[in-house]
Write a protein that binds this ligand. Sequence first.
Ligand SMILES: O=C(CO)[C@@H](O)[C@H](O)COP(=O)(O)O
Ligand SMILES: [Co+2]
Length: 214
Amino acid sequence: MDKILPSLLAGDFANLGRDIGRMEAAGADMFHLDVMDGQFVPNISYGLPVIEAISKVSNIPIDVHLMTLQPDQFIEELKRMGVAMVSFHVEATHHPHRLIQKIQQNGMKAGIALNPHSAVSELEYLLPDLDFVLIMTVNPGFGGQEFISQCVGKITELDGMRKAHNYQFDIEVDGGINDETAAICRDEGANLFVSGSHLFKAEDPAAAISRLRG
Ligand SMILES: O=C(CO)[C@@H](O)[C@H](O)COP(=O)(O)O
Ligand SMILES: [Co+2]
């Protein structure tokens, strides 16, 4: 099923509770929380204390996107906060399969994110065990960037592998997602749509969310 995940990176950090309520009322399915460490990506966003505060007021599930080195160190804490889905970057860990297992053993869905330069073939032996794959359609680190259209082919490729092997993973897209780019990604097989600046700039977020659903 298609799901729309507002990225709170585009929210007003001085009024996150208000923005959470607005997006829930507009029909958001989950919140997407971007953790950036200033090492793996050239920006720092927020970390565990902010996720914990959000988890206490959110009425919908939380998807955490770890853009950090050593992502394994956060898993137990995220479980304690009731997070539903966690993704980490294949480029940021030496032992991605072990980390998938750790996330799942902690009762959360495990996803791997691919930077624009990374090939789907990197995931070939991980796909049977993954709950979702996050295709980055911008370079990670900042909201408000332009969609990189070369990444669309990776969605097509993943969907083909999913069908060929009857795998069950979801395909999430993140970066520059608006009405037009969501439709392009949906046509290729994506079903989880992260949207930050587009949704938070919308005058009518409920209408924007239903348009993103296609
Ligand atoms: O992970 C990231 C950026 O690194 C994203 O989740 C952004 O927060 C999406 O923002 P928009 O591109 O939709 O403004
Ligand atoms: Co993200």
